[in-house]
Design a protein around this ligand. Structure first.
Ligand code: IMP
Ligand code: MG
Length: 172
């Protein structure tokens, strides 16, 4: 198995700053942004993004698991030690990548029932062509095709999360 670079560390850093500028602008009237970092994959992206935001935020984490290897699973397992009290708050779900959209749909449904002021989604990567669920990504870093990627928090069977770039796996 080999890895090719899809987005370099520099490309990632530039795009994160642009997204942060856009989000800062859009939420300039918000009292406080309730950030929901979806573990494990979003940990690097959320850490970088939050440090570029120029608005008050509260960081919350939730664990969602839907993948086995590179195959999406049918059900999403959500476990939260995080605050679910989002009544009247602006919620921003931060995802590493949205693929089928099944994970995101489960999270949107969960948070919508707690009367937030708004719920939006920021995903570093968007595999739009693979969508099987009716969800919108409000802020996307990059749109990519149907390829399995790793690095910048994303894994293949728990491996490669630590890579500073985003790569795709191919076999020779
Ligand atoms: P979805 O429910 O199919 O949209 O998948 C959502 C989750 O699966 C993402 O948040 C990732 O954690 C993981 N995932 C989807 N595609 C990839 C990929 O290409 N590489 C690594 N993880 C992925
Ligand atoms: Mg994820």
């Amino acid at each position: 198995m080999k890895l090719n670079c899809l987005f370099s560390k520099e490309q990632i850093s530039r795009r994160v700053k642009e997204l942060a500028r856009q989000i800062t602008r859009d939420y300039s009237n918000s009292n406080e942004l309730f950030i929901l970092c979806v573990l494990n994959g979003s940990i690097f992206f959320a850490a970088d993004l939050l440090r570029e935001l120029k608005i008050p935020c509260m960081l919350n984490c939730i664990k969602a698991k839907s993948y086995e290897g590179s195959d999406p699973a049918e059900s999403v397992n959500i476990s939260y030690g995080s605050d679910i009290n989002v009544e009247g708050k602006d919620v921003l779900i931060v995802e590493d990548i949205v693929d089928t959209g099944i994970t995101l749909k489960a999270l949107m449904d969960l948070y919508q029932t707690h009367n937030p002021r708004s719920v939006k989604v920021c995903a570093f990567l968007d595999k739009k062509s693979r969508r099987r669920s009716d969800v919108e990504v409000d802020y996307a870093g990059f749109e990519i095709g149907d390829q399995f990627v790793v690095g910048y928090g994303m894994d293949y069977n728990g491996k490669y999360r630590e890579l500073p770039y985003i790569g795709y796996i191919y076999s020779e």
